[in-house]
Design a protein around this ligand. Structure first.
Ligand code: ADP
Ligand code: AMP
Length: 223
C-alpha cells in the first residue's frame, strides 16, 4: 500500500500513520522526524534545516525530494509506505509522481484530514512525546495512563517540539495554506483524494480511514 496522509500541522497525521503502520504492515515515513534526526545529528542537512524549521517555514524542495527518493527504496518499504508530512508543495508532489513512476509503483490514495484551525492550535500547543520511544501524547486528549510514565516503553522523560510554540504555529499554518493546500486540487484531479473528518476522536478517525481503504480494496494486514 502506498498512501499519503495530508493535512495541516496538528491534524493527526503522525497519530494516524503510526496506527496504520501497525495495522497494514507498511513503513511510516515522517519527513519532520527525518529532519529532526538530521538536526540532532548536526549533519549538513540538519544545520541548513534548523533555523527554517524553528521559524515554521518549509525546508527546500531539493533537500526533501532527495531525502524521500532515498528513503522509499529502503527494505522496510518493500510492502509499501505511508507518507506523513510529504509532499508539502506542488513541486514535491510532481517529483513524487516521477519517483513512483520510475519504480512502477502506483499511489493508492491521498487522505486529507480536515480539522478547524482553532482546534489545530489547541492540539499543537498540548502535544508532547516520549523522549525514549517517540510515542505521542497530549495534555488533554491523550495523557499517559500512569502520570509521567510512557505507556509503551516506561520512559519517564518527555519532550515538546520547539516549533510547537504559539508564535511558530501561526507561521506553520500560513505555510500550509499558501504552499501545501494547493496539492489538494492536484490529487483531486487525479481522482486519488479522499477527505476524512479529523475532528472526531482518534479511534473514529482511524475507523474512517480504514473504511476508505477497504472501499478501494485494501484490507488491514493485521486484524
Ligand atoms: P500532525 O502529525 O498532523 O502534526 P499529531 O498526530 O502529532 O499531528 O497530533 C497533534 C496532537 O493532537 C497530538 O498531541 C495528538 O495526541 C493529538 N491528536 C491527534 N489526533 C487527535 C484527535 N482525533 N483528537 C484529539 N487529539 C488528537
Ligand atoms: P512536521 O513534523 O511534519 O510538522 O514538520 C516539521 C517541520 O519540518 C516543518 O515545519 C518544516 O519546516 C519541515 N518539513 C517537514 N516536512 C517537510 C516537507 N515535505 N517540505 C518542507 N519542509 C518540511
Amino acid at each position: 500500500m502506498e498512501l499519503i496522509l495530508l493535512g495541516p500541522p496538528g491534524a493527526g497525521k503522525g497519530t494516524q500513520s503510526k496506527l496504520l503502520e501497525t495495522r497494514y504492515g507498511v513503513a511510516q515515513i515522517s519527513t519532520g522526524d527525518m529532519l529532526r534526526a538530521e538536526v540532532k545529528a548536526g549533519s549538513p542537512i540538519g544545520l541548513e534545516a534548523k533555523s527554517i524549521m524553528d521559524a515554521g517555514k518549509l525546508v527546500s524542495d531539493d533537500i526533501l525530494i532527495r531525502m524521500i527518493g532515498e528513503r522509499i527504496h529502503r527494505p522496510d518499504c518493500a510492502k509499501g509506505f505511508i507518507l506523513d508530512g510529504f509532499p508539502r508543495t506542488v513541486p514535491q508532489a510532481e517529483a513524487l509522481d516521477k519517483l513512483l513512476h520510475e519504480t512502477a509503483v502506483d499511489l493508492d490514495a491521498v487522505i486529507e484530514l480536515k480539522v478547524d484551525e482553532a482546534v489545530l492550535v489547541e492540539r499543537i500547543s498540548g502535544r508532547f512525546t516520549c523522549a525514549k520511544c517517540g510515542t505521542g501524547y497530549h495534555d488533554t486528549f491523550k495523557r499517559p495512563q500512569r502520570e509521567g510514565v510512557c505507556d509503551v516503553c516506561g520512559g519517564t522523560e518527555f519532550i515538546r517540539r520547539p516549533d510547537d510554540k504559539a508564535e511558530t504555529v501561526h507561521a506553520r499554518l500560513e505555510a500550509y495554506n499558501a504552499q501545501t493546500a494547493p496539492i489538494l486540487p492536484y490529487y483531486r484531479a487525479q481522482g486519488r483524494l479522499h477527505v476524512v473528518d479529523g475532528m472526531a476522536d482518534m479511534a473514529d478517525v482511524e475507523a474512517e480511514i480504514e473504511a476508505v481503504l477497504r472501499k478501494i480494496g485494501i484490507p488491514p494486514a493485521v486484524s
